[in-house]
Design a protein around this ligand. Structure first.
Ligand code: SAM
Length: 345
């Protein structure tokens, strides 16, 4: 585990560090085997990122009420639950039906657990949340099962329908958006969410291609992007940034983070913990700015000659990144950043 020294604040940060720095207890994940009736739910597994660190960051109380807004395959939820007492409550959300199927399969019999298929931005609509929370965990982005299953359409490495929705019961697949968007809209998405320098050229190629035949498959899009001059970048596939941008856009991932953070803060009780794991700088910036905007430090600046005092609603606790061992064991941890803050009275 690496701490970003300058942003670690307060004694609680050391509590987080102590837990994670000691002999790391490896949480045994039950072997995932295909089950009859829902073969796609359990075929793919997910290795949780910053597991001990994120759970330690919640400073669990045995009788507390916690929300895991991104259940995935339950790596974090399982460890949280193992540390809660019989009167605690663990609320599980995910916008992906397959994740929720897995949550129900694994935890429906546990009276401490409640499960809801919905985006975490809507947590305030859930009665269970209105009672107030002692901690909220958000492990953002996509899970390995989503990426690894070609039928979900997230991967440029395996062919599948060009979908990329985390919740396939609503919204629009990438393929149908690409059929109707203007080249300016496509270029804007690739630039804003993928930082793609060749955004305009790729958008033009997409529009030209769809006039010949619809772009319906991930392999078609990946191959098309690779034909655009200037998209090669070291060892990365030329379509890496295009796929990231389309995924973030089609799932409104940044809007979800913004609304989710507001909802989490409203739901947290004084002393409650917010722990958010981000996987790219666009998300992490939102989390960082959100915590900074509520940390009570006065802001000034060129346009505001007088510093403006703001109420301190959140106390920043830590910024934590995976250590060498985790990075070696799980390449998907590479870009992870965990930010932790505590709700103030
Ligand atoms: C990185 S995985 C979480 C992995 C999980 N912590 C584990 O250990 O198995 C992200 C999960 O969050 C879900 N997700 C992403 N954005 C969401 C949102 N706005 N609301 C609810 N679920 C979301 C995805 O569907 C995916 O299952």
């Amino acid at each position: 585990m690496r701490f970003a020294g300058t942003t670690v604040a307060g004694a609680a940060a050391y509590a987080v560090a102590d837990v994670a720095a000691g002999a790391r207890t490896k949480v045994e994940q039950p072997a995932v085997a295909a089950t009859e009736g829902s073969p796609d739910v359990n075929t793919y597994s997910h290795q949780p990122v910053l597991l001990e660190e994120a759970v330690a960051a919640l400073a669990l109380r045995p009788d507390g009420r916690y929300l895991d807004g991104t259940f995935g395959r339950g790596g974090h939820a399982r460890l949280v639950l193992s540390r809660l007492g019989p009167t605690a409550r663990l609320l599980l959300m995910d916008r992906d039906r397959q994740a929720i199927d897995e949550a129900e399969r694994a935890f429906a019999a546990d009276a401490r657990v409640a499960i809801r298929h919905a985006p975490f931005s809507t947590m305030a609509e859930w009665d269970e949340v209105r009672a107030g929370l002692d901690g909220v965990l958000l492990d953002l982005g996509v899970s390995s099962p989503q990426i690894d299953d070609p039928s979900r359409g997230f991967s440029f490495q395996a062919d599948g329908p060009l979908d990329m929705r985390m919740d396939r019961s609503r919204g629009e697949p990438v393929a149908s958006w690409l059929m109707r968007a203007t080249d300016a809209e496509i270029a804007d998405v690739l630039w804003r969410f993928g930082d793609e320098r060749r955004s305009r050229a790729i958008a033009r190629a997409i529009v030209a291609q769809r006039q010949q035949q619809p772009l319906e498959r991930t392999a078609q899009l990946a191959a098309l992007v690779a034909t655009v001059p200037g998209t090669r970048d070291g060892h990365k596939h030329p379509a890496t940034r295009t796929f990231q941008a389309l995924r973030i856009f089609i799932n409104d991932e940044l809007g979800e983070v913004t609304r989710g953070l507001d909802a989490a803060m409203a739901a947290l009780k004084p002393g409650g913990r917010l722990a958010v794991i981000s996987f790219h700088s666009l998300e992490d910036r939102l989390v960082k700015q959100f915590i900074a905007a509520h940390d009570g430090r006065a802001t000034g600046g060129r346009r505001l000659p007088v510093a403006v005092a703001r109420p301190a609603l959140l106390r920043p606790i830590a910024r934590i990144m995976p250590g060498e061992a985790e990075l070696a064991a799980n390449p998907r941890a590479r870009s992870a950043v965990l930010r932790v803050a505590e709700r103030q009275p």
